[in-house]
Write a protein that binds this ligand. Structure first.
Ligand code: ADQ
Length: 736
């Protein structure tokens, strides 16, 4: 039986020698929880660094560590102190971490660090390769191991390889500053599926791939070395029940078992009827916006002085990467800032900021979450941010407000939080006031929506969805590559056209016979088009079929009076020459009631977008929307739709600047098959520009001339670049 191997920089166990005794503690971190079922399944294992450097252990201890790890189904990658310095603190945390978080000034590109990064990735590869059998699945995690997917694939192409990045992926403009950008992309492209927290990151990655490596990319698929690599977003969740249940338990604590911290909090709460606690929790990292948060709290107290003496910021910072210079600077800056503000504003009975520089045990973390009226999560850049989700999970009494930075990946899903720009002190101060004064009902309404979403998409679901997509990605078969239609090939086609006895043209309309207009209703047929089609149709041995996504009424008004076969609504209706309209596939349309509100919500938040309702489908047009915004929103919408279309009766068609939801049984391929069934054609020419036409290309016989308008992945044999080339092409082929 095939197994799944998880690979991350650190193993999900903490190992320590305390007075020569090995102490092993399993980690309860988000990743470890999410992977629990994957890891415990069958003979699955986890590969990573143990946290203990090679030089710091004697031979007997090394064996002891291996054995202890084996019990936990873990295998270690032995690393030396120099590896840790150069690969981890060096390239990972002074080049990739700042670069990917847009801290370009902190980014150091050191070739010795890079060298070590490659070597250590190779060490990981060697260990993984010893553990796997052909056909196994490997899931690689995070920025420390960007080179690993390719190293694994090179040695064992039978592996199914997934990669997930836990931090942001920066825009192409930033990523391209890295001297080893090519190698890093190459490394990641060894995977079958590359996952990010948000669509923005996925989009940035795709843009880097197409601009730096010049590789063909189609939506979220990269065609590379005869493989299809899928890129998608999987917003990581938390172990919701663990946090929620712990918060419920917390309410039952007897007074005498309370921690010192909790007692101080209770004291604060009792000091004043209006006293409120504002929470701040993070690793001490410059991406988390800690100094800005403290400054904006000071700004708030000065802007709204009525809160002095009543509110308190409890700030918890976990020590992190203390041997990197920028982290030491940040620590000093934070200490000084908190000292200065407390010095300036404190009174005998009130200190505005309680600041702790340490990690807290889980129970005390829950104490803090539960006790806080407001959580301020304002990173300047953050891949996801789990603290925001944990805080929401602990709200068991329908109270509490989350202030969340728009720079955190979590902001993409947590719309009901008060979303702020972490650099805008005025906005943060106003949001704090709004949070502190928010009516109970509004708090509950916002929390209900947030909790519903976060409890549904928890960390286990995240892991499950990733692995499901990974399996599907591996099974995707690359399609053939189309050839550019050259003048000599066109001549060949024209010769065959002349010789043929029964000829058929299957012609898509929008983007093919007619160029795109901002408003679909403006794309009416030109006189030039009518004249050309009539000319072709004069030949009795030639039939024209216009096969379009348009509705029946529109197509009939344009071509109803012509003797062409017409197919509308992507293949729902067919009218043969001289015949009546007939339905190709019956379906109910009651699904529209569920899908329409989703499209409406996206239309509201995407200026320029509009919904078109057709008899058998709903189309969401975004031709008039801003390009970047539309790219993001369509990816989000597709994701939402995908999760809604749980059965196979509906599908989403990616058209040209349009997403269309329709019955899966209806498509242009089935319509083409129906047309072909009645006659024995010896010349078939099919042309179209978007995904809906792919069905047609797939269904017509292999001998047909299939032409894609636009040079993107297609099942057609040939392509031309622009819709303006279509009429000249038809003229050349038919000699009209
Ligand atoms: P991190 O940068 O570590 O993770 P985050 O997602 O917020 O950031 O996770 C921090 C975790 O540490 C939370 O579970 C929190 O409860 C815990 N924690 C914080 N302060 C603590 C304290 N003082 N004591 C004890 N525990 C504390 C990276 C990325 C994120 C991404 C995650 C997961 O930077 O953007 O969300 O990976 O992919």
């Amino acid at each position: 039986m095939n197994k799944t191997v998880i690979v991350s920089n650190r193993l999900p166990v903490d190992l320590k020698y305390i007075e020569n005794t090995l102490v092993v503690k399993s980690s309860t971190g988000g990743l470890a929880t999410g992977m629990k079922s994957v890891h415990s399944e069958g003979n699955g294992i986890w590969v990573g660094w143990s946290g203990l450097a090679e030089e710091n252990m004697n031979d007997a201890q090394k064996v002891e560590v291996d054995n202890a790890l084996a019990v936990e189904k873990c295998v270690q990658v032995p690393l030396t102190n120099s590896d840790i310095d150069n690969y981890y603190y060096g390239f990972s945390n002074t080049a990739l971490w700042p670069l990917f978080h847009y801290f370009q000034a902190y980014t150091e590109f050191e070739s010795s660090h890079w060298q070590s990064y490659v070597e250590v990735n190779q060490k990981f590869a060697d260990v993984v390769l010893q553990q796997v059998n052909d056909g196994d699945t490997v899931w690689v995690h995070d920025y420390q191991l960007l080179m690993l997917p390719e190293m694994l694939r090179k040695k064992n192409p039978t592996l199914t390889i997934g990669f997930f990045l836990h931090i942001p992926y920066p825009s192409y403009e930033l990523f391209r500053t890295c001297p080893w950008r090519n190698e890093l992309l190459q490394g990641m492209l060894g995977a079958d599926l590359i996952g990010f927290h948000t669509y923005d990151y996925a989009r940035h990655f795709i843009s880097s791939v197409s601009r730096i490596k010049g590789i063909e990319v189609n939506f979220n698929e990269i065609s590379y070395e005869n493989r299809i690599i899928k890129v998608d977003s999987f917003p990581m969740g938390i172990d919701y029940d663990r946090y929620h249940n712990a918060a419920l338990e917390h309410e039952k604590y007897p007074e005498d078992s309370k921690s010192e911290l909790m007692k101080s909090i209770d004291f604060h709460n009792k000091s004043n009827d209006e006293s409120k606690l504002i929470l701040s929790i993070d690793r001490m990292d410059y991406t988390k916006g800690i100094p800005n948060r403290v400054k904006s709290f000071e700004y708030f107290l000065n802007k709204y002085p009525e809160y002095k003496g009543k509110v308190r910021l409890v700030m918890l910072a976990v020590p992190s990467r203390e041997n990197v210079a920028q982290y030491q600077l940040l620590k000093r800056e934070t200490d000084e800032l908190v000292g200065r503000i407390n010095g300036d504003l404190s009174t005998i009975s009130w200190t505005p900021i309680w600041y702790f520089y340490r990690s807290l045990p889980f129970d005390e973390l829950i104490d803090l979450y539960v006790a806080s009226d407001v959580a301020m999560v304002t990173p300047v850049r953050d891949g996801m941010n789990l603290v925001a989700k944990e805080y929401i999970a602990t709200r068991t009494k329908d109270t509490g407000v989350l202030i969340l930075s728009e720079m955190a990946g979590a902001a993409k899903e947590m719309h009901e939080a008060l979303i702020v720009n972490p650099n805008n002190f005025d906005q943060i101060a106003d949001s704090l006031k709004e949070a502190l004064e928010m009516p109970a009902l509004e708090q509950k309404t916002r929390l209900d929506a947030l909790q519903k979403r976060i409890s549904r998409y928890d960390v286990e679901r995240w892991a499950g969805e990733f692995l499901k997509s990974l399996k599907a990605a591996k099974d995707t078969v690359p399609v053939q590559v189309a050839q550019k239609l050259t003048p000599s090939k066109i001549k060949d086609i024209a010769t065959n056209y002349k010789l043929a006895k029964r000829k058929l043209f299957l012609l898509d309309y929008d983007g093919t016979l007619a160029g795109f207009k901002n408003n679909p209703s403006d794309a009416i047929p030109t006189q030039e088009l009518y004249d050309l089609l009539d000319k072709i149709n004069e030949d009795d041995s030639t039939e024209i079929a216009i096969i379009s996504g348009r509705d029946r009424k529109t197509l009939e008004s344009w071509f109803g009076h012509k003797s062409y076969t017409l197919v509308t609504d992507h293949g729902a209706w067919l009218r043969k020459v001289g015949g009546e309209w007939g339905v190709l596939d019956q379906m109910k349309s009651n699904w529209k009631e569920n899908i329409r509100p989703v499209l409406e919500a996206f239309t509201d938040s995407t200026p320029g977008a509009l919904i078109e309702e057709k008899e058998y489908s709903l189309a969401w047009h975004y031709r008039k929307s801003d390009n970047d915004m539309a790219a993001l929103r369509t990816m989000e919408l597709k994701h939402v739709l995908k999760s809604l279309l749980i059965n196979n009766t509906l599908s989403v068609l990616d058209g040209n600047k349009v997403l269309e939801v329709k019955n899966s049984n209806i498509n242009k391929g089935r319509a083409a098959t129906r047309i072909l069934a009645d006659t024995n054609y010896d010349f078939i020419f099919a042309i179209g520009d978007d995904w809906t036409d792919e069905y047609m290309f797939e269904e017509v016989p292999d001998s047909a001339y299939t032409v894609k308008v636009g040079n993107i992945k297609t099942a057609a044999h040939y392509y031309i670049n622009y819709s303006t080339e279509v009429l000249p092409l038809l003229r050349d082929v038919t000699g009209s």
